[in-house]
Every structure is written in C-alpha cells, then in structure tokens.
Design a protein around this ligand. Structure first.
Ligand SMILES: CC(C)(COP(=O)(O)OP(=O)(O)OC[C@H]1O[C@@H](n2cnc3c(N)ncnc32)[C@H](O)[C@@H]1OP(=O)(O)O)[C@@H](O)C(=O)NCCC(=O)NCCS
Length: 186
C-alpha cells in the first residue's frame, strides 16, 4: 500500500481494489453523493465498484504523470471516508486537456467535518510542489453549494461559467501556484 500524503486527520493513499471495493461502494452507491456527479458515477454492485477501482488504477499507470484518484482514510478509525482527485480535465469528447482539476467526493456520513477542505489543501500543495503545476482548477455544477464552499475555503478564485470541460456548463475555480522565493546566493 502506498501512502501519497497525510494531514492531521487523514491519509491519502492508493486504492486497493480487492480490499476497498466495499467501502468505495458506500460512497458511490449513495444517490446523495452521486447527485451532482452524473448518472454514470452511481455504482450498483460491489463487483462493479471493484472493477471501477481496477480501471482507475490502470488509467493512472497509463498516464504515469503523478495524477489520479486516491482514497481518503480517516486516521482515527482507519475508515475510507472519500476520494480525492487530481487529474487533467477532459474536453467534451472525454479527451484530456492541458488543464488540471482537483476534486472531492465524501461518503455521506463524513460530510460537515472539513475533510474535503483538508484533503483538497494537501492535494493542491502536491500539485504545485511535486507536479510543478502552474495552476489548478476545480469545476462544479452551479447548484452544488457544498462543493462551491470547499473551493472558497481553499482560496480558489471564481472565474465564471465554462463549457470547455465534460461537455456541460460548469462553474470554474482557479488557484495559481504560490510564488517561489528564490534563495539569494549573496
Ligand atoms: C462536496 C463535499 C465533498 C463537501 O463536503 P463537506 O463536508 O461539506 O466539505 P468540507 O469537508 O470542506 O467540510 C466543511 C464543513 O465541515 C465543517 N467543519 C467542521 N470541522 C472543520 C474543520 N476542522 N475544518 C474545516 N471545516 C470544518 C465546516 O463548518 C463546514 O460546514 P458548513 O458547510 O456547514 O460550514 C460533499 O458534499 C460531497 O461529497 N458531495 C458529493 C460529491 C460531490 O458533489 N463532489 C463535488 C463535485 S464538484
């Protein structure tokens, strides 16, 4: 098992399909969670959930650029409480663009604890400092107020509406990489 990152309360690690499918199913079988994620995100069996985790890991290996989707584990309980994503935004045909997005999905029982903000913060830091991305975006459906609040807590700047990604109209939020202070040689 590879831990990618950690925060005070959370571990961000790779998915392990054989072990994690049941806990991932709790997230993606819940219509409240998938409401804003599109019909195809709802999973209806543990076996298809396992298959999705396997396919996600295969795509990560193919891209091999440090981007992907990881499990968010609550340290205290060792329970998987959600997913955190950092990957290229797809265009209307599903092809990757040169723009990167951060995204968050939490199981219903773990909303309201600040976990999306905590995981989002460390993922943004990883994108800027490890992947050297100059800018990271988030795209949110206009009615998804909980997710819009997460972008605000993360200090992301609202840019307006866009049709560039996923073939639908979404609100776009942007965060620029922090300015690097070069060490003076004198
Ligand atoms: C979007 C989603 C992740 C937001 O979850 P959330 O729990 O509201 O977001 P956070 O983890 O940032 O938690 C913030 C809440 O926890 C509270 N909180 C408690 N302890 C906190 C702490 N230590 N730090 C920050 N916030 C804390 C905040 O007050 C806030 O509540 P409020 O919105 O009533 O003010 C969640 O609604 C979800 O999974 N939705 C379904 C999937 C989805 O739509 N994803 C987004 C697609 S764009």
């Amino acid at each position: 098992m590879t831990n990618l990152l950690q925060t005070e309360r959370l571990i961000i690690r790779s998915w392990i399909p054989e072990r994690d499918a049941e806990q991932a199913f709790v997230i993606y079988n819940d219509p409240e969670v998938t409401h804003f994620l599109g019909k195809s995100s709802r999973v209806t069996s543990i076996e298809s959930q396992r298959q999705r985790l396997i396919e996600g890991i295969e795509r990560m290996h193919q891209r091999n650029n440090g981007t992907g989707s990881w499990a968010i584990v609550e340290k205290e309980s060792t329970t998987i409480v959600g997913t955190i994503i950092l990957k290229q935004l797809p265009d209307k045909d599903g092809l990757p663009t040169q723009d990167y997005e951060v995204g968050w999905h939490l199981r219903r029982a773990s909303w309201g604890k600040g976990y999306a903000t905590e995981a989002g913060q460390v993922m943004l830091n990883y994108g800027f400092s490890v992947l050297n991305l100059p800018v990271i975006y988030a795209v949110v459906k206009p009615e998804n107020h909980a997710s819009i609040r997460v972008t605000q807590r993360l200090g992301m700047k609202p840019i307006g509406r866009t049709n560039k990604y996923y073939g639908i109209e979404l609100l776009l939020f942007q965060l620029d990489a922090p300015v690097k202070i070069e060490e003076s040689s004198s």
